[in-house]
Design a protein around this ligand. Structure first.
Ligand SMILES: CC(=O)N[C@H]1[C@@H](OP(=O)(O)OP(=O)(O)OC[C@H]2O[C@@H](n3ccc(=O)[nH]c3=O)[C@H](O)[C@@H]2O)O[C@H](CO)[C@@H](O)[C@@H]1O[C@H](C)C(=O)N[C@@H](C)C(=O)N[C@H](CCC(=O)O)C(=O)O
Ligand SMILES: Nc1ncnc2c1ncn2[C@@H]1O[C@H](COP(=O)(O)OP(=O)(O)OP(=O)(O)O)[C@@H](O)[C@H]1O
Ligand SMILES: N[C@H](CCC[C@H](N)C(=O)O)C(=O)O
Ligand SMILES: [Mg+2]
Length: 489
């Protein structure tokens, strides 16, 4: 694309140099290729302005910067390069999200699950789907890796362009609070924005719950932006303490859902829970329906309501959606059962916040007949204040707890565990730093009928220690431990 055309999209910015053909927009010097426009972003860790030399070496033909830089190619000065990057990416990729339906899901817990449920209902009615989130990016059946829950703005728009070229008709994406604050989703023409819930996480980044809530509300304020789509909806969980903040942030029509408030558009009565699934009566704008799902726990009802309300906003048939959702066994790494022929239950789950851990353990307690043994840790370089809280939940709601490591990243694993320990409320917790040994210990402690919960890593296939990732999968490790224990009986 012509550099003049690109720069014209930046309000108040002029470029009077010769015409240059821009072949890509990049904010990472390592990704720059011949013909790239390199945008210098001052980050939390390093300043992109320091990589101008590297970018030019790699082929950058022009630079966008907030301050003077030493460059042998034209430099376009802007006030806010991060915002400019979003606008440039949107212009360069020609707003691909205006070509298909886009659903953004935000909230502390449930984003991955809800986006998968939306993918399922859309696919079943013949749509070509796209999915973007923690586990992967999917274009139809093609699976691409994810480095973030919500990718940086350039990767995001590139992925959307590919979706458009592959004739995707509906895409569901997870929108993290980091992404909202950093403007990664500026330029996304959402049809529906969904709020699942807000509980403690990421206070290392946001500072307070109020700031965290404000970050999430940006999705709803952004929803009203003048893009190409005329009709947009918000879908909001009315039972959450922060629902009002999301409601106030948006001027578009809202569909609400609730387990407690009958005034919600989608509400529920007659809940029957068991260890194999959940049944409930749904009250909706289309009348009353009985719903049976194979996912367990009240939190699964919330996720199903979020998906149904979203589908309804997109004009989908409610009865068809209920049939589709009834077929879902679960999402990988979320309440996933591991079976290696043992006479006790092993559940691998991605609960890595106090609230999600409490939800999962309360659900397990509702049907457990014998001991509950929980293996859990807390991530390094992440919110430290959730550490004792997660240990408290685990200790309160389990018979035995083994505290262990979960991606210590650059932190000392022992220090993370020391910060968890003050939360322990009962004489039921021990510490085993090595996660494999912790899982093996839990399995050696299990009696017939017991339930082991291995929490925090879910679908993850690595353990990150000292910044280095090595293969590690809770599901594989626990299976191998069962087989080993059975052999040695
Ligand atoms: C806290 C946070 O979100 N940080 C993100 C942010 O990093 P940063 O501000 O520190 O950027 P930086 O590393 O200082 O780099 C500044 C600029 O220099 C550039 N650079 C850097 C190095 C180089 O050699 N050349 C170069 O040009 C970078 O591309 C960037 O433009 O911008 C980077 C580039 O886009 C992201 O990779 C980085 O994600 C870090 C790795 C991260 O761990 N983020 C997590 C916390 C995150 O975003 N999580 C949410 C999910 C949370 C949830 O579960 O809800 C997510 O969406 O994944
Ligand atoms: N609606 C919900 N409310 C509370 N907890 C939930 C809900 N749905 C799922 N959970 C719990 O949270 C865990 C993570 O769920 P999921 O991966 O869907 O959330 P997420 O929002 O995508 O998380 P992340 O921020 O890591 O991307 C699950 O393993 C389960 O324990
Ligand atoms: N998206 C979350 C995932 C946490 C998963 C947990 N296993 C950990 O590493 O802390 C984060 O980056 O905070
Ligand atoms: Mg997720």
């Amino acid at each position: 694309m012509n550099i003049h055309e690109l720069v014209q999209s930046l309000p108040g910015v002029r470029f009077e140099g010769d015409n240059i053909n821009i072949t890509s927009i990049e904010h990472d010097s390592r990704k720059v290729q011949s013909g790239s426009l390199f945008v210098c972003v001052n980050g939390l860790t390093v300043d992109g302005h320091n990589f101008v030399g590297k970018a030019i070496e790699n082929g950058a033909v022009a630079i966008v910067a907030e301050r003077e830089v030493d460059a042998t190619v034209p430099v376009i000065m802007v006030n806010d390069s991060s915002r400019s990057l979003s606008i440039l990416a949107d212009t360069f990729y020609n707003s691909p999200t205006s070509s298909f339906s886009l659903v953004g899901v935000t909230g502390t817990n449930g984003k991955t699950t809800v986006t998968h449920l939306i993918e399922k209902i859309a696919k079943d009615r013949g749509e070509k789907t796209g999915l973007l989130g923690t586990m992967y990016r999917k274009i139809g059946e093609k699976v691409l890796p994810s480095t973030h829950t919500t990718p940086d703005v350039v990767t995001l728009q590139k992925t959307f362009l590919e979706m458009k070229e592959e004739h995707v008709t509906v895409a569901a994406m997870e929108v993290s609070s980091h992404a909202l604050v950093q403007g990664r989703v500026h330029g996304c023409d959402f049809d529906v924005a969904v709020f699942t819930n807000l509980t403690q996480d990421h206070l290392d980044y946001h500072g307070t719950m109020e700031e965290y809530a404000h970050a999430k509300s940006l999705l709803f304020s952004q929803l009203g932006n003048a893009y190409k789509k005329p009709l947009k909806y918000a879908v909001i969980n009315l039972d959450d303490d922060y629902a009002e903040i999301m409601l106030q942030a948006t001027a578009v029509p809202v569909f609400t859902y609730s387990l407690e408030d009958k005034r919600a558009h989608f509400s529920v009565t007659n809940i029957q829970t068991s260890n194999t699934g959940t049944k409930f009566t749904l009250h909706s704008p289309e009348g009353t329906k009985r719903v049976t799902i194979q996912m367990v726990g009240l939190f699964s009802i919330y996720n199903v309501l979020a998906a149904l309300a979203t589908g309804y906003a997109l004009g989908y048939d409610l009865d068809e959606m209920i049939v589709s959702l009834g077929e879902v066994k679960g999402v990988p790494g979320r309440f996933e059962l591991v079976n290696a022929g043992q006479d006790f239950t092993i559940i691998v789950d991605y609960a890595h916040t106090p609230d999600s851990l409490e939800n999962v353990l309360s659900t397990i307690n509702s049907f457990a007949k014998q001991q509950i043994i929980t293996v859990v840790g807390c991530g390094g370089d992440r919110d430290r204040t959730k550490r004792p809280k997660m240990a408290k939940v685990a200790s309160d709601l389990s018979s035995k707890v083994i505290l262990t490591s979960d991606n210590p990243r650059t932190e000392d694993p022992e220090v993370i565990l020391e910060e968890m320990l003050p939360g322990v409320t009962k004489d039921n917790a021990s510490v085993i730093v090595d996660r494999k040994e912790a899982i093996e210990k839990a399995i050696s402690l299990a009696n017939p009928g017991d339930i082991i919960l291995i929490a925090g890593k879910g679908h993850e296939t690595y353990q990150e220690i000292n910044g280095v990732r090595t293969n590690f999968d809770d599901r594989e490790v626990s299976k191998e431990a069962v087989v080993f224990t059975q052999k040695n009986k």
